[in-house]
Design a protein around this ligand. Structure first.
Ligand code: NI
Length: 268
């Protein structure tokens, strides 16, 4: 478990991500064509609060590779909790991991999620590349629908498992599109749909972070008894502002992330 395994894992995570979110690759390539250099601000992972797959389990490989824990966040309404981790090398993405607090969910949801996790072979979660193994369980369309009724987030994790939920363009590194409003207008003019929940731009200079995101694209996902077309991943954009100390704010803003989570909500 050395630092040099990390670049390959990050590359694999990007490949997994653009495989199910071709729109992100389109935007990425479009910005490069416009002469921009893309740096990832952060990668977001989703999971369940459970001893085998909780945040601390997903974070382990990143900690082994030199990341450090920085801060945590509460999302009471969505029953989510999250932590973010920072690399020593500032050109690498931060890692943001959220988990659904199962103890606050219905007993039927808890039982369903436990039965999914119980399908995982012993020790699978110890793998360095666990955050990139995809869906490690079988799940039916009816289980997906049932989870979806209680939690959009639970249904997403059940359907996609362990792969990035989103990557994030670090706007500060862009030249032509260093203003988030200008970037949003450009993306809309190119036909991309943005998440409008809570306004297109979440946050502000006052909280040292502005964020926007595309709406998740729908893809066809195989289940044990058929296929469903469901929201997959989205692409996020983040602009950071300096703190009074002069250092760039590297954290997250719970009120903004709360709305960003809705980028995978069906029917928006
Ligand atoms: Ni994010």
């Amino acid at each position: 478990m050395t630092v040099n395994k990390l670049p390959a894992l990050l590359d694999k995570m990007w490949a997994d991500y653009i495989h199910i979110n071709p729109l992100a690759k389109k935007i990425h390539d479009l910005l490069i064509k416009e002469g921009e250099t893309i740096q990832n601000d952060h990668i977001a992972l989703r999971t369940f609060r459970h001893p085998r797959v909780g945040i601390d389990v997903l974070a382990r490989p990143f900690l082994e590779a030199g990341y450090v824990y920085k801060s945590d966040y509460q999302f009471p309404e969505k029953k989510l909790y999250a932590k973010h981790y920072e690399p020593s090398d500032r050109s690498l993405p931060k890692i943001f991991i959220s988990e659904l607090k199962l103890e606050e969910m219905s007993s039927s949801l808890r039982a369903t999620v436990s039965s999914l996790i119980d399908q995982m072979p012993a020790g699978l979660e110890q793998r360095f590349d666990f955050s990139s193994i995809g869906r490690p369980w079988s799940v039916s369309t009816s289980t997906y629908q049932e989870l979806h009724q209680e939690s959009d987030y639970a249904a997403w994790v059940a359907a996609f498992g362990y792969q990035p939920n989103h990557f994030t363009v670090f706007i500060n590194r862009l030249k032509k599109f260093s203003d988030i409003h200008g970037l949003n207008d450009f993306l809309k003019s190119q036909g991309f749909k943005l998440n409008a929940s809570g306004g297109e731009v979440k946050g502000s200079k006052d909280v040292h972070l502005e964020q926007s995101s595309t709406l998740a694209n729908n893809i066809e996902v195989p289940f044990t008894d058929g296929r469903l077309t469901i929201p997959a991943c989205y692409y996020e954009f983040a602009k950071r502002y300096p703190l009074p100390s002069g250092d760039l704010y590297e954290g997250f803003v719970a009120a903004s992330a709360d709305k960003i989570f809705e980028s995978t909500t069906r029917g928006q």
